[in-house]
Design a protein around this ligand. Structure first.
Ligand SMILES: C[S@@+](CC[C@H](N)C(=O)[O-])C[C@H]1O[C@@H](n2cnc3c(N)ncnc32)[C@H](O)[C@@H]1O
Length: 299
């Protein structure tokens, strides 16, 4: 039996002749994230905060430095985009509570009612469905948020679309032979807004600093790659983040490092020794695992 989402996708395709990859990602990921907790061993994928508390703690150290740079204001906000289970923010707040005066308002941008319920059990915060404009100095945090946003794909001048053929979803053009340009309009817009309004920000994600113009759209289910067009809304759809494109939109200077460089520069190795969790840190910093594929953009 076909799902209600499959029927909705087919209806939209029949009305328009084909939907952009961005619309397909939007429909699938909204359903996917709204209907489950996808994180952890029992879910579909694991993220850095779920691997080790050290990740949130190091972002806490970074956040204190940014707060001090803006004069240690009494009233300020931490605004996290896509907080998942709320683990990063909970680790950050536990690690920073010893710092006198560091008492942020917590704002979270989340679309998933399932994940909001999990976040509410851990955090006292204000929730938003879209990026808000706050009237106090704001520090932004986003780990694995931008990779889940809708992306348009172009092969030459042709837009790649999802069509319906012989009772199945298909792409109108194959990407194998062509140069693929991926444009994440919502990510670029968010970047413009954040860098214009926020005091500082950190964006961590898997992505590239040199665009090889390949198709990077992928689906992951049960910790394995999955066919992008099979079981829409039941697998996590992502693309690699184009970091130079984000920097181009920025209203403030940005610095990009790797996750490895960032964590080591903030003392993650020392912390791992104290906790006796060197193996967990290795997953986060090893070049063969998350250390170099994941980039850290600070502004
Ligand atoms: C890959 S998870 C990352 C979770 C968390 N940051 C972590 O590192 O564990 C993506 C998060 O972004 C949220 N999300 C995805 N697309 C979103 C959107 N368009 N608007 C708001 N939240 C979104 C998901 O519900 C989820 O919380």
């Amino acid at each position: 039996m076909q799902s209600a989402l499959f029927k909705q996708i087919v209806d939209e395709i029949k009305q328009s002749g084909g939907i952009g990859v961005d619309r397909y990602i939007e429909l699938c990921n909204t359903h996917y994230y709204s209907t489950r907790d996808p994180l952890g061993v029992k879910g579909d994928f694991t993220t850095a905060p779920e691997i080790s508390q050290i990740f949130g703690e190091m972002i806490g150290i970074w956040a204190i430095t940014q707060w001090e740079k803006i004069g240690s204001p009494e009233k300020f906000a931490l605004l996290e985009l896509g907080p998942g289970r709320g683990t990063l923010m909970a680790d950050l707040l536990r690690a920073t509570k010893v710092v006198p005066g560091f008492k942020p308002e917590i704002h979270l941008v989340e679309l998933s009612p399932t994940l909001i319920a999990i976040q509410k059990a851990k955090l006292s915060a204000t929730w938003h469905r879209e990026v808000p404009t706050l009237d106090i100095p704001t520090i932004i945090i986003a780990n694995e948020f931008f990779d889940a946003l809708p992306v348009k794909q172009f092969i030459g001048k042709l837009e790649r679309k999802v069509v319906y053929e012989n009772g199945q979803l298909a792409f109108n053009i194959a990407t194998e032979d062509g140069i693929t340009n991926e444009i994440c309009e919502s990510g670029l817009q968010i970047m413009r807004r954040l860098t214009a309004q926020a005091a500082a920000g950190i964006i961590i994600d898997y992505g590239y600093t040199t665009n090889s113009r390949k198709n990077t759209l992928q689906a992951v289910k049960n910790h394995k790659y999955h066919n992008v067009l099979e079981n829409p809304g039941e697998a996590d759809l992502t693309t690699l983040v184009n970091f130079p494109a984000l920097v181009e939109q920025a209203a403030k200077p940005c610095k990009i490092t790797t996750q490895r460089e960032f964590l080591l520069a903030h003392g993650a190795d020392v912390r791992a020794k104290v906790l006796n969790k060197e193996q967990d840190l290795e997953r986060l910093i090893s070049p063969e695992q998350m250390g170099e594929l994941f980039k850290v953009l600070c502004f």
